[in-house]
Design a protein around this ligand. Sequence first.
Ligand code: FES
Ligand code: FES
Length: 174
Amino acid sequence: MSEKQQVTLMVNGTQRSLEVEPRQLLVHALRDQLGLTGTHVGCDTSQCGACTVLVSGEAVKSCTMLTVQADDCKVTTVEGLGDMAHLHPVQEGFWEKHGLQCGFCTPGVMMTTVGLLKHNPNPSEEEIREGLEGVICRCTGYQNIVKAVQYASKKLGEQESEVEIASAAPRAKA
Ligand code: FES
Ligand code: FES
């Protein structure tokens, strides 16, 4: 058996140190060692996208990456997106537009969406469908997923404009 290695990950804003086998996949560190079971395993062969997380801000299928490759990286899983009281705009979009049925694919689809909107904040329908090509949903037929992504894109754009307006507003005198 190969010797274990020490890795440090910043997971959802918290530093986590782990001892892992060099061959261990990131998805298994997240699920089995850190208990972050929102990241799903649908295939283990990089087909389904259910295991998608953000590594250094980029959407990555965590069954295609070794844990040791993520050493010193910032990792965001679906648990780090938002909570019931403060849904992330992408989560809100899936809620509002009924972008899920069984929900198995949903964490991966949402994390892929976050990565997509980071690079293309206003994607066309075609670009959304292209951007989600790597994630498989067996239930929804994708139509409501596309609507959820459009909702999130609009909401994130509105939030950005509010921040710009607030930062441009003259400061109140003390
Ligand atoms: S479990 Fe990673 S792509 Fe399917
Ligand atoms: S909602 Fe069931 S697989 Fe996508």
